[in-house]
Ligand binder design. Structure first.
Ligand SMILES: NC(=O)c1ccc[n+]([C@@H]2O[C@H](COP(=O)([O-])OP(=O)(O)OC[C@H]3O[C@@H](n4cnc5c(N)ncnc54)[C@H](O)[C@@H]3O)[C@@H](O)[C@H]2O)c1
Length: 358
């Protein structure tokens, strides 16, 4: 066995920060991801000393070569296809989120010295959360109730890891955000998706640097066999409708996001798969919470700097455009219908449950 930490999905949002955190703490890191022009370009921003291996984890031969060559001491498995892109390509997502996770777990088990396996899961596995009928916070003792393709595939991936012979740790993340202006969720799909979610749904955000800290710490802390809930401190207890407008204000386009719709108080299904979580045990074991929500917003404001001032002028126009592009423009009804909106714009969000498959 080498002393390397193998990070999959290493050029993604969480992966890039995790590679940086591991490098800062003097660990030997092997970063792996898909060989794409964007990822090749991103190697220029890596801290020095990081080894990069390109591999498509849906190809078992490439995964095998990677694991046997590196013989890592631990694997932090972050490679995935997440929401909202998953709704446009659920079949490919299954190959990554479920099948490639199984491949990686089997390869790790077959190593002469099997690595610790730190697995990225999500608060989504708890399913849709109507805030009128449920009481926060979620704890690890709450059951998994996956209800869409993302929460379903994340639950399946988690179960593969938990039933393995490995020394595993499962980290269920809340809503991961970055203060890096280029990583803010302002793509057209991300904006449509956010406009579809009930504004009064609960969401616990977390700074990506804190998630990275948790991932790195989980490779050595005394947490084997535990499921840990990874989200920010209490200042990150937000409502869905608070997040976009606060970010828009911080970058300098206050009011650019029109108000969305409230969720249906009488429906158990028409809510998104997020909620506040009890992070006490995770924080005790990993000491990862360093950035509050107000800290994040202040950092974004400082980074946006002078660009915030002209932003104010375009905000009213941006709001008109966003209104027309929003999920409920000219749609009947009063409450949010997130799954219906996702189905209309991106694809069927239904989870192809294992028992329904041939
Ligand atoms: N972002 C969030 O808010 C959030 C919340 C909860 C859980 N998570 C989980 O955290 C993990 C990381 O999420 P992220 O936000 O960094 O996602 P991301 O989309 O930014 O990164 C995922 C990475 O996986 C890589 N990948 C995809 N298919 C691959 C393949 N076939 N082979 C190799 N690599 C492949 C992508 O290239 C990408 O770099 C995921 O497991 C996700 O489910 C994320």
């Amino acid at each position: 066995m080498s002393d390397a930490v193998l990070v999959t999905g290493a050029f993604g949002l969480v992966g890039s920060a995790t590679v940086r955190r591991l490098a800062e703490s003097g660990r030997r890191v092997v970063a792996t991801d898909l060989d794409t022009p964007a990822n090749r370009k991103a190697t220029a921003k890596l801290p020095t000393g990081i080894e990069v291996r390109w591999a498509d984890l849906t190809d078992p031969a490439q995964a095998q070569l990677l694991v046997s060559d590196i013989a890592p001491e631990s694997i932090i498995h972050l490679a995935a296809i997440i929401a909202p892109p998953i709704y446009r390509n659920p079949k490919l997502a299954r190959r990554v989120n479920v099948d490639a996770t199984a491949t990686l777990v089997r390869l790790a088990e077959a190593q002469p010295a099997p690595p610790r396996f730190v697995h990225a899961s999500s608060n989504a596995v708890f399913g849709a959360r109507n805030p009128h009928r449920t009481t926060p916070p979620l704890t690890v003792d709450d059951p998994m109730r996956p209800c869409d393709v993302y929460s379903g595939q994340k639950a399946e991936g988690e179960e593969i890891v938990r039933s393995s012979d490995l020394d595993w740790v499962v980290l269920r993340f809340g809503g991961v955000l970055s203060t890096d202006l280029s990583a803010l969720p302002f793509s057209s799909d991300a904006l449509f998706f956010e406009s579809a979610l009930p504004t009064d749904g609960r969401l616990q955000t977390v700074d990506v640097r804190d998630v990275a800290w948790a991932c790195a710490a989980a490779t050595t802390a005394d947490v084997v066999g535990e499921i840990l809930l990874i989200a920010g401190d209490d200042s990150h207890h937000l409502r869905q409708g608070d997040v976009g407008p606060s970010l828009a204000e911080a970058v300098g386009v206050p009011g650019a996001l029109p108000p969305g719709r409230l969720g249906d108080p009488d429906s158990d299904e028409d809510w998104f798969v997020t909620d506040w979580m009890d992070t006490t045990r995770a924080q005790e074991a990993l000491q990862f919470q360093h950035y509050s929500w107000p800290d994040m917003l202040a950092e974004i404001r400082a980074q946006a700097g002078w660009k915030r001032y002209p932003g104010r002028l375009i905000a009213p126009l941006a709001r008109e455009v966003m209104k027309r592009r929003g999920a409920y423009w000219k749609q009947p009804g009063r409450y949010a219908d997130p799954w219906g909106a996702i189905r209309r714009e991106m694809g069927d969000p239904a989870w192809d449950r294992p028992r329904d498959r041939p």
